[in-house]
Ligand binder design. Sequence first.
Ligand code: AMP
Length: 429
Amino acid sequence: MKILVIGSGGREHALVWKLAQSPHATQMWCAPGNAGIAQERLSRNGSAVECVSIGAEDLPALLAFAQEKKVDFTVVGPDNPLALGVVDLFQKNGLKIWGVNAKAAQFESSKVFSQKFMEKYGIPTAAAGTFEDVVAAKRFCATLGGKCVVKADGLALGKGVLICTNQAEAEKAVDEIMVSKAFGAAGARVVIQDFLEGIEVSMHALCDGTTAKIFPTSQDHKRALDHDEGLNTGGMGTYSPTPFLSDAQLAETARKVLEPFMQGCVTEGIDYRGLLYPGVMLTKSGPKILEFNARFGDPETQVYLTRLENDLVEILEASASGKLARHELKWKPEASVCVVMASGGYPGSYPKGKAITGLDAANKLPGTKVFHAGTALKDGQIVTNGGRVLGVTALGKGLRAAQVAAYAAVETIQFDGAHFRRDIAAKGL
Ligand code: AMP
């Protein structure tokens, strides 16, 4: 089977790495990919994964490439091409593709859409309101005593969420989003949620339109510095499983969230085939959904796919073709930890082109895999090419062992200005 993966980050490297292990894969491409993806080889025949310089949002070029190479199956990593309708376009042209269609992608591209859906179908979430009017928005913040979270409706590069502790801050947040338009058109409408206290975890479920298969839990670390200090980032590290939910509690959460979600989608005529990734707050009064994402998390994918036992080609095909009920997801008992190594200055401005050394030695350590995110090949040398550079991932018998292994690998890798958190997975220990 000829497979094309769309995207270029750590998530896509993990997807390519796992897909390439499938005996079904005979030839693979990644658009546009990165330096680590270009080093992957197919288990079946040893052929290299080829990176092609087509941007993940260049839909006409992606379609033309898939048609020319007679690609059998395309897998989409990032949210933007999904929201732009890459799945709809490929399907219209008779090509098999995995990911949510544009209608289903609204769960991520519109927080107002998601909030209204959760309320309509009884999915546990924060007390909230959705507003187009500044005065009404501020009045609602006051009913929450100003302790609230003001969210721009649309995609805002993960930055359109403002946490407020009093009414003055809340009013400032509403003005910033709706009046000053700090996030552009994304802020024409807002969702205002009650501020929830608790432990935040990531949930993932693979869906096929009617069936949803839940993954074990994982936990991301969004802030740039240790002890959750510093600026928000795309994610500085993850681990799985987390100790915060027992298997019974996870099954109960799945029942409370995934059953009404899938049922609501059927009722609304949304054919949800792809990955559903809800952000969950475990509060004293039970789990509450903060938001939905409509794709694999990054860096959650890195810890999930190192633990997944199934053939990824088979389960993604089953998700795309409505046959997931036949499959049972199987996970290695080992824990997995992913530590992100970022460029100095990230999430602010940072230099590029710094030589990276020690990658081969790190990859040779037992149970260790270094996933590339922002890397490129320059004159035969792998160099930094983005904010998040590497996702150093290791399995271990238990969380402590996985954490020790991941950090041992991090210590072997060097590049000028490298920055990483030293407390990934500490909350789970
Ligand atoms: P979102 O993009 O909606 O997940 O929001 C980004 C981050 O803001 C989340 O990962 C949480 O850490 C925080 N957050 C969002 N909504 C709430 C809420 N209702 N209560 C507390 N924290 C929240």
